[in-house]
Design a binder for this molecule. Structure first.
Ligand code: FAD
Length: 586
């Protein structure tokens, strides 16, 4: 059978595309997902607090590992990726962050990217979401979209102490980090609805799975995209141990930031010299495939608590049956939260235009994968949000089952290292404010032996983990440094092939990247179907100003758009609107 669209990867972006494209009954859509189905009985997926279980488990996770990282003493960094319907949205931490509006201004400042500024992205953020806590007249938030989200309660007394401590340290609170002002601290939105994880598959795919023009195959591993000349005409897929050739009018690659460049390279689209050296027939020389890899690295800064108020008891093995039972019977209790209920965004120095550090606060001291619990304690996760470190992904052979080589080059730049030192010092300052006096029983990690700049960097090199936000490896743009066309999502130089997933980002955004990936998919659906794009929304958003009223541009970020610079003093609020606010041009 021939399909109009074959979607490779039933993950986050793939689920959104499948829903939107199959809404046209005249289009036949096939989704091919390498992982299993996301059965409703699978507690590890659907119980929010079980989020650490799928990591490292071959039934859910591709289980990647970086090459020895050259600026981390050759340490290999483990990297989880969802391998199940819903992709990484079925195993992620459920934190919903759009990024800063300035992220999109930065995208749009590059040649050809004008239609990706905040004004053009905002209507798609709104279309996809149902922000249950937001007032109906909030111009930033959506209320009718498939992604229902709840606000973290953040009522543990340690959260109260944290929000007081950040203010004592001189940082503001904000109403909504996804609204007018990202900068500051607040409770976070989570993709949790009525005690359940709401993955992209559950929000977008399952509600329409009965459409006669939509077919979803799981355990279907795509090994190659097939071309006739320069036109993609389908793919080879291994399903039930049989290889089948699928014919399609268009191939939509949604394999994620690691698998999408890998599959392009295996299929002959990438840096020609490297592909030829491996014996791959080159279809098109696109050197940027797999380049520009960006990510967020993070550390845990942990304190012991004097008082037994943390959520540590709920995570103890002996208490898990009760937690599980409360969740199964009533969808309540410690099983119904991801524990990432609040945090915030700040600038670590006066040279950055918008927040470059993100904080997650947890009322427990434990690693993300559930290991090394520290009794009653609390912690922040912190790390730079738009590091200028760049890595790459390259296939090592023509075997699609062999993992590609992945190198992030964490800590490779002066700016990155500077921000790491600032991040650790600022975090300690916050966690040592008087608001924590009733709880602060000393720093557990990194501990007092880590004091000088070099000691901090050595500790980060040894102890940090990825925040699991690989991106930009098939980035939007019009130059040599890009892979896909900003007006169509088509891969440069070939026909019938588009990439829509976290690899499409121009630059990694400030915060967790699931929401930006879904926005990209929503906007791409209109581009693919030839719909009139949603009209841009020119809503003023917060931009920080220096005390002399000038806006800040640090070279990595775009200069703030017109409208900034009318503030009223140090750290003043200055509304800015998008620079390219004219009617849609896509
Ligand atoms: C453990 C973890 C925690 C995270 N926590 C958060 C968080 O709290 N908040 C947040 O915003 N972000 C978080 N992220 C990141 C975020 O979830 C991802 O960046 C985002 O979901 C990526 O979406 P995607 O569509 O690019 O890829 P994915 O959702 O990963 O989808 C890709 C899909 O393609 C499939 N696939 C790949 N290759 C093939 C092939 N050859 N054939 C067939 N199918 C294939 C994969 O199996 C997968 O299902 C986390 C990620 C992980 C892994």
């Amino acid at each position: 059978m021939r399909y109009d669209y074959v979607i490779i990867g039933g993950g986050s972006a793939g689920s959104c595309l499948a829903n939107r494209l199959s809404a046209d009954p005249g289009s036949r859509v096939l989704v091919l997902e390498a992982g299993r189905n996301d059965s409703l009985w699978d507690v590890y997926i659907h119980m929010p607090a079980a989020l650490s279980f799928p990591i490292g488990n071959r039934f859910y996770d591709w289980r990647y590992e970086s090459e020895p990282e050259p600026y981390m003493d050759g340490r290999r960094v483990y990297h989880a990726r969802g391998k199940v319907l819903g992709g990484s949205s079925s195993i992620n931490g459920m934190i919903f962050q759009r990024g800063n509006p300035m992220d999109y201004q930065r995208w749009a400042a590059d040649p050809g990217m004008e239609t990706w500024d905040y004004a053009h992205c905002l209507p798609y953020f709104k279309r996809m979401e149902n922000a249950l806590h937001a007032p109906p007249d909030n111009p930033f938030r959506g209320h009718d979209g498939p992604l229902k989200m709840e606000r973290g309660p953040a009522v543990n007394p340690l959260f109260k102490a944290f929000f007081a401590a950040v203010q004592e340290a001189g940082y503001p609170l904000t109403d909504d980090v996804n609204g007018y002002k990202q900068e500051g601290f607040a409770a976070f939105d989570r993709n949790i609805y009525r005690g359940h994880r709401l993955s992209a598959a559950r929000a977008y795919l399952h509600p329409v799975e009965d459409r006669p023009n939509l077919e979803i195959r799981t355990r279907a591993f795509v090994t190659k995209i097939n071309f006739q000349g320069k036109r993609a005409v389908g793919c080879d897929v291994v399903h039930n141990r049989r290889t089948e050739t699928i014919e399609a009018g268009e191939v939509l690659l949604c394999g994620g930031a690691i698998n999408s460049p890998q599959l392009l390279q295996l299929s002959g689209v990438g840096r020609a010299s490297e592909l030829l050296a491996l014996g791959v027939d080159v279809v098109e020389d696109v050197p940027a495939v797999g380049e520009n890899l960006q990510d967020h690295l993070e550390v845990y800064i942990q304190y012991r608590s004097k008082q037994p108020v943390s959520v540590a008891p709920a995570l103890k093995w002996r208490n898990r049956p009760w937690v599980g039972a409360a969740w199964l019977l009533a969808r309540r209790g410690a099983g119904a939260t991801n524990h990432f209920e609040g945090g915030g965004f700040i600038r670590s120095n006066e040279d950055v235009a918008y927040p470059n550090l993100m904080y997650h606060f947890l009322p427990v001291a434990i690693r993300y994968d559930g290991t090394a619990p520290q009794g009653h304690g609390y912690q922040v996760h912190v790390g730079p949000m738009y590091s200028d470190a760049r890595g790459w992904i390259k296939i090592k052979s023509t075997d699609p089952r062999e993992h590609p080589a992945i190198q992030f080059n964490y800590l490779s730049t002066k700016t990155d290292r500077r921000e790491w030192i600032e991040a650790v010092r600022i975090s300690r300052n916050i966690l040592n404010q008087p608001a924590f006096d009733a709880y602060n029983d000393g720093e557990l990690s990194p501990g007092p032996s880590v004091e000088t700049d070099q000691e901090i960097l050595d500790w980060v090199a040894k102890d940090s983990e990825t925040a699991l936000h690989p991106s930009c490896t098939c980035r939007l743009g019009v130059g040599e440094d890009s892979v896909i066309d900003p007006l169509s999502m088509k891969v440069h130089g070939v026909e019938g092939l588009r990439v829509v997933d976290a690899s499409s980002m121009r630059y990694v955004t400030n915060g967790n990247i699931y929401a930006p990936t879904m926005m990209l998919a929503e906007k791409s659906a209109d581009l693919i179907m030839g719909n009139t794009p949603l009209a841009p929304i020119n809503e003023p958003f917060y931009v920080h100003q220096r005390s002399d009223g000038s806006a800040v541009a640090d070279g990595r970020t775009a200069a703030p758009s017109e409208g900034a610079g009318e503030g009223n003093g140090a750290g003043a609020e200055a509304p800015a609107t998008s620079a390219s606010a004219e009617s849609p041009t896509t």
